[in-house]
Write a protein that binds this ligand. Structure first.
Ligand code: HEC
Ligand code: HEC
Length: 147
C-alpha cells in the first residue's frame, strides 16, 4: 500500500510539473487560449487603394498585406471582407490584384477546382500578414534572399 501511495504521488508530481510549464504567454500549456498576446495591427497603414505592394522576401512567399485591415479581422464564417475586393471578377473591375487561381483548388479533395474560394484559403490572414512595429517575444532573424 505504501509503495502504491509513493508511486502515485511521484506520478502526481511528474504531472504537476508538466502542467506548470509556461510558454511565452506565461500561462500553463493546458490553459486554453488564456493570455494570448493581443496583436496590434499597424493602424498607420494606409487604407486599400492608397498603398504600394511590398516586395516579397522569396518567390513563393504569400505577399504581405500593404493596407490597413482594421474592422476586417478576425475573419469569420460568413464574414470575409477580403473577398469583397480580391475575388477575381471584382478585383479585375477595380484594378486590384486578384486572388490567384490556386486559391480555388481544393487540396483536400483531389485538387478539384472550386468556383468558391477553397476552404484551406478562406482564412486569408493565416498566410497573409500585415506589417507592424512590435516588440517580438521571439526574435526573427530571417533575412530576405533579395538584395
Ligand atoms: C476595399 C478593398 C480591399 C479590401 C477589403 C481588402 N483589400 Fe487587399 N488590397 C486592396 C488594394 C487596392 C491593394 C493594393 C494594390 C493591389 O495589390 O492591387 C491590396 C493589396 C493586397 C495584398 C498585396 C498583394 C500583392 O501582390 O502584393 C494582399 C496580400 C491583400 N491585399 C490581402 C488582403 C486581405 C487578406 C484582406 C482582408 C483582411 C484584404 N486584402 C482586404 C484592396 C482591398
Ligand atoms: C494557405 C496559405 C494562404 C491562404 C490561406 C491565402 N493565401 Fe493568398 N497567397 C498565398 C501564397 C503562398 C501566395 C503566393 C503565390 C505564389 O507566388 O506562388 C498567395 C498570393 C496571393 C495574392 C497575390 C496574387 C498575385 O497575383 O500576386 C493575393 C491577392 C492573395 N493571395 C489573396 C488572398 C486572399 C484574399 C485570401 C483569403 C480569401 C488568401 N490569399 C488566402 C497563400 C495563401
Amino acid at each position: 500500500m505504501k509503495k502504491l501511495l509513493i508511486s502515485s504521488s511521484i506520478v502526481a508530481m511528474l504531472f504537476a510539473g508538466q502542467y506548470d510549464i509556461t510558454g511565452v504567454r506565461e500561462a500553463p500549456l493546458t490553459a486554453g487560449s488564456q493570455n494570448l498576446p493581443q496583436i496590434q495591427y499597424n493602424k498607420t497603414a494606409p487604407v486599400p487603394g492608397q498603398v504600394k505592394k511590398y516586395k516579397k522576401s522569396f518567390v513563393t512567399a504569400p505577399p504581405m498585406i500593404p493596407h490597413d485591415i482594421e474592422n476586417m479581422v478576425p475573419i469569420k464564417i460568413g464574414k470575409n471582407e477580403c473577398l469583397g475586393c480580391h475575388m477575381p471578377q471584382t478585383a479585375k473591375a477595380m484594378g486590384i490584384t486578384s486572388i490567384p487561381k490556386d486559391h480555388f483548388v481544393d487540396n483536400f479533395d483531389k485538387n478539384k477546382k472550386t468556383p468558391r474560394i477553397a476552404g484551406s484559403r478562406y482564412n486569408c490572414t493565416q498566410c497573409h500578414a500585415p506589417q507592424t512595429t512590435l516588440d517580438p517575444v521571439v526574435e526573427n532573424k530571417f533575412k530576405s534572399l533579395r538584395k
